[in-house]
Structures are given as C-alpha cells and as structure tokens.
Write a new protein. Sequence first.
Length: 139
Amino acid sequence: MLGDPRRPGRLSLIMRMGREQIVPRLSSVLRALGDDAAGVAWFCDPMHGNTRTNGAGHKSRAVDDVMTEIEGFVSALHAHGLRPAGLMLETAHCPVTECVDTAAELASPTPLPHYESACDPRLSPRQARQVVARTAALL
C-alpha cells in the first residue's frame, strides 16, 4: 500500500459553480460527502461561472461577481469545518480592461478600451491583487 488512501489532498475538486449556485450546490455536495469531505482539497475557480456579455458584446466578468462566488465558497466550507485549499484566477500581466469592477458596468454600450483576450476575459493586475487581498481577509 502506498500510504493512507484517505490522506487529505489525495482528491482535489475545483468548484466552478457561479455566484448564484455556489452556496446551495457546494453545501449539498458537502452534506452528501459527510466526513469524507475532509479528505478533499477544495479549490475555487470563480472566473468561468461568472462570464457575462457586456453592452458592447464583449465577454466580460465583474469582480463583484467573482468575489460573491469566493465568499460563498469560503462560507460553505467554513460551515462544514473545512478550509479552502486554493483559488484559481485568470489574470493578465498588463492593465487590460477585460473585466469590470461591478456588474452595473456591464450594461455600458461602450467597448472596453484595452480588451486583448482572444478567449476568456482576464483580471488586470490591480483587480487580481484586490481579489487576493479580499479573499485573504475571509480566511
């Protein structure tokens, strides 16, 4: 035998449920797993479940939506006596404007001025630092 098969971290799950579904769905998964949930390394990818189209037709994301999913993820885990293992973010190295700070900004018909992604919208370095700092405060 190669060690304890129930050692925490042997199974990693990445939650990508979106701001509206993270709490009810993750809570349901945690209840179903019961004590076995402690053997999972829980990660949150709050980017994919929160993609929207803005008023100019660009795929975008709102930092507030990303944070709502992270807050729900952390609170659902804490309610079951568990801690997050990590966070996955899509970020750019330069000051892009592919993501906006608030959902209200998505209604603007003005194209985002520094939209450089060929695929999925990324956080700017400022936005990524903000998300990491706000997430650290939750832990």
